[in-house]
Ligand binder design. Structure first.
Ligand code: SF4
Length: 401
């Protein structure tokens, strides 16, 4: 590991102020992507870096590319040294640590590779098929659990969505499809329409989800009238959901609120899947403000994920489970019924597991989805021995009640 030191960016405040004055709802979403900050040279227009800092960050972005929309940069508060937006967007020297004190890491924590059926299809649970439609995102989030895929050339991108649709058509057990990535809404409108059209007449699909972070990092995407009109029409024939990913109340800007409003005007339900992240949203107030902010703009809090043991992520972003469940419990004491609907979840290779609560050093878990080969595990409870450092299922021993 290189000699890592803390980087102290100094903001070029006037350039940030210029960004705050842009009317983001009026910009052309495709043209604006070209203005993304995706190199250390372009980052230097907004922050001053010493030559040592610059060298470290160049090393980081060689391993995991950087891509920050100028809109998202405009949300940064330069006077806050712990600004959560910056932590989610800026490369950090901590990413040079592959594993570290928090324990083992992997490139594939969710076991996606085992369920890859080709053509970008991941078929893990019988009833759901996930299609990786692109490896591109308008922002490469530093905590992404698909860090091994996004922004890098790979063969998982769907060249031909029609072939993925054929797989879904043949597998009648599939009741819902998740179009994911990368961020599928960064695909051009015409191609999105073609993709969705290939699913519309498959009767055994009850609904389609498009997993996207654009409402958070790129809300201008929703001011494309052609896209919105089509999504509205599609939703009349087959129910459409938009799972999104707000992690902090500072992401809920007026532009994000307007984008969500446009989605809701199309009759589409928006559910939020946040991740609990050290230094970003790991206080009771952060979770309380986030969930209250979401219900205020009509987004349903759905999941709060435990940060997965992903290489170059876990070391600096994962919150120990004991601390995490206490934050969630305390926040839920203060939240109303709609704001506290979310489940605290581990998306594990063996299935989705709800972190229900703790009694002293016993952590209570409940499977909510299990692998197809172990259907009897779905809805099973598990009690694990909890210590102060455990961050993942594999760090704990199963015990009797
Ligand atoms: S938008 Fe989603 S898939 Fe893309 S980098 Fe961020 S978290 Fe990962």
């Amino acid at each position: 590991m290189p000699n890592v030191h803390k980087i102290n960016e100094v903001f070029e405040e006037s350039n940030l102020t210029d960004l705050k004055n842009i009317d983001w709802q009026a910009v052309d979403w495709q043209r604006e992507l070209k203005n993304n900050v995706n190199s250390i040279d372009s980052l230097k227009n907004y922050v001053e870096l010493t030559s040592d800092e610059e060298k470290v960050l160049r090393d980081v972005v060689d391993k995991h590319p950087m891509n920050i929309p100028r809109y998202y940069l405009s949300l940064i508060d330069p006077s806050d040294p712990n600004d959560p937006i910056k932590k989610l967007a800026f490369p950090s020297e901590d990413e040079l640590v592959v594993a570290g004190a928090m324990g083992e890491t992997t490139k594939d924590p969710y076991g996606d590779d085992k369920h890859n059926k080709g053509n970008g299809i991941l078929h893990k649970y019988p009833y759901s098929a996930l299609v990786v439609a692109t490896d591109y995102c308008s922002m490469y989030c530093r905590h992404c659990f698909r860090k091994a895929i996004v922004g890098l050339p790979n063969d998982k991108t769907v060249e031909n969505f029609q072939r993925a649709a054929e797989y879904i058509r043949e597998h009648k057990e599939i009741t819902n499809v998740i179009i994911s990535g990368g961020d599928p809404l960064l695909i051009g409108t015409k191609r999105i329409i073609k993709m969705l059209e290939s699913l519309i007449d498959i009767d055994h699909i009850n609904y389609v989800r498009i997993g996207t972070r654009t409402p958070v990092v790129y809300p201008m995407r929703f001011f494309d009238d052609k896209l919105m009109e089509y999504l509205k029409e599609f939703n009349k024939k087959k129910t459409l959901y938009l799972p999104t990913h707000f992690n902090h109340v500072n992401e809920i800007s007026e532009d994000a609120r307007k984008a969500i409003l446009r989605i809701r005007e199309a009759g589409i339900t928006v559910n939020n899947q946040a991740v609990l992240l050290k230094g970003v949203n790991d206080t009771v107030e952060d979770i309380e403000n986030l969930m209250n902010g979401l219900v205020k703009i009509g987004v349903n809090p759905y999941y709060l994920y435990q940060c997965m043991p992903v290489s170059r992520v876990r070391h600096h972003f994962q919150v120990p489970l004991k601390q995490g469940i206490d934050i969630v419990d305390k926040a839920k004491e203060r939240l109303d019924g709609y704001a506290k609907r979310f489940k605290f979840i581990m998306g594990h290779d063996i299935g989705k597991i709800e972190i229900v609560g703790r009694i002293d050093d016993k952590l209570i878990l409940k499977h909510i989805h299990s692998r197809p080969e172990e259907p009897e595990m779905a809805s099973k409870m598990k009690i694990m021995k909890l210590d102060d450092n455990a961050g993942w299922l594999d760090d704990m021993e199963e015990i009797e009640l």
